[in-house]
Design a protein around this ligand. Structure first.
Ligand code: SER
Length: 332
């Protein structure tokens, strides 16, 4: 049985991925980890404090738990990374390099979460190919391009079995995203249910690639469980599900909540969104290891509203307060 370490387990991806991995591999075989003590109510046991920027901290946990697989999710996202570029570089680059060094020594199987943020203003915006211009304008994107190259290098040079996905914006209801440019597509659901109105930080026509969490989980497990012979790209695979604009998301929510209104107040995150593609070509992932998504915009919206409805009263105000986030308020 595998012994799995998840870094960044308290983040948006990690909190759902840990639950899914424990379902498949058993609770005690999946070690959640983060840089700080988790909240009292977090269902994260077993849990370890791991500073990914400290190689000794990673080595210790790998030896203590006899880890053979790491899902490396710890990272600073795009909007937060613009406020703290040095920290973004340190966590995203040195954290990954420490994980890859440990993988080389302990022969670990590694998953690395890359992003659509590797692309930039000169990348084709529609049907963005697997191999194309990568000229990111954010520190986050720069760290993800570099990270992908590090993964490819460690795979080719040292035979490390590292696999990676360029994830789009992830929509989920379990835990909030933390400082990304695609956060509006999650905040909007909470606001729609709690106050009936949302202030969106990108313009209505802003179209970005998105994916519902259950699809993201299947993508991560799918690439990690695929036979090695099927993994032909060791930098990172394009993966896609749906693309929609902010106004299309609003219209879909209005089919359930006709009185919901959205106003638009673009901030610094607009420029980041404008630098990213609208629609990704993920045909290589589909051909190589059988990637398929399940959720489209209509099913995402139906499921999100259903999942969030029962708790709509208890958190009231929280997301309306956050709907106009200045980046400083998102810094941890
Ligand atoms: N969701 C991420 C962000 O917005 C993209 O990888 O930063």
């Amino acid at each position: 049985m595998h012994k799995i370490l998840v870094t960044g387990s308290e983040g948006q991806l990690g909190s759902d991925l840990v639950v899914a991995l424990r379902h498949v591999y058993g609770v005690n075989n999946v070690i959640a980890s983060g840089w700080r003590t988790p909240p009292q109510n977090a269902k994260t046991s077993p849990y370890a404090i791991v500073d990914v920027t400290d190689s000794a901290s990673i080595t210790a946990i790998i030896q203590d738990y006899q880890i053979d697989t790491v899902y490396h999710l710890a990272g600073i996202l795009s909007a937060k990374g613009e406020q703290h570029p040095d920290r973004c570089w340190d966590v995203n680059i040195n954290g990954l390099r420490n994980v890859l060094e440990a993988a080389k020594i302990f022969k670990l199987h590694v998953f690395f979460s890359s992003s659509i943020a590797v692309f930039g203003p000169h990348t084709p915006k529609l049907d963005t190919p697997q191999i194309t211009v990568e000229d990111p304008s954010t520190m986050y994107g720069i760290t993800k391009v570099t990270g992908e190259l590090l993964c490819q290098y460690y795979a080719q040079r040292f035979g490390v079995d590292v696999r990676s996905l360029r994830l789009p914006g992830i929509i989920s209801h379990t835990s909030p995203p933390g400082g990304g440019t695609t956060d509006f597509a999650v905040e909007i659901f909470h606001a729609a249910l709690q106050t009936g109105t949302y202030t969106c930080f990108v313009r209505p026509e802003t179209r970005l690639p998105m994916m519902y969490m259950p699809d993201a989980i299947r993508a991560m497990l799918g690439i990690m469980q695929a036979d090695t012979s099927k993994i032909k790209i060791r930098s990172s695979y394009n993966v896609a599900a749906v693309s929609f604009s902010a106004e299309e998301l609003v219209a879909e929510i209005q089919t359930h909540l006709p009185h919901f209104t959205c106003r638009y107040a673009p901030d610094f995150r607009q420029a980041i969104a404008d630098s990213w593609p609208a629609v990704i070509d993920d045909s290589k992932a589909r051909a190589d290891w059988g990637w398929q998504h399940q959720y489209d915009l209509a099913t995402i919206v139906t499921d999100m509203l259903q999942a969030l409805k029962p708790s709509s009263v208890k958190d009231s105000c929280h997301h309306e307060e956050n709907s106009n986030l200045s980046v400083s308020s998102t810094i941890r």
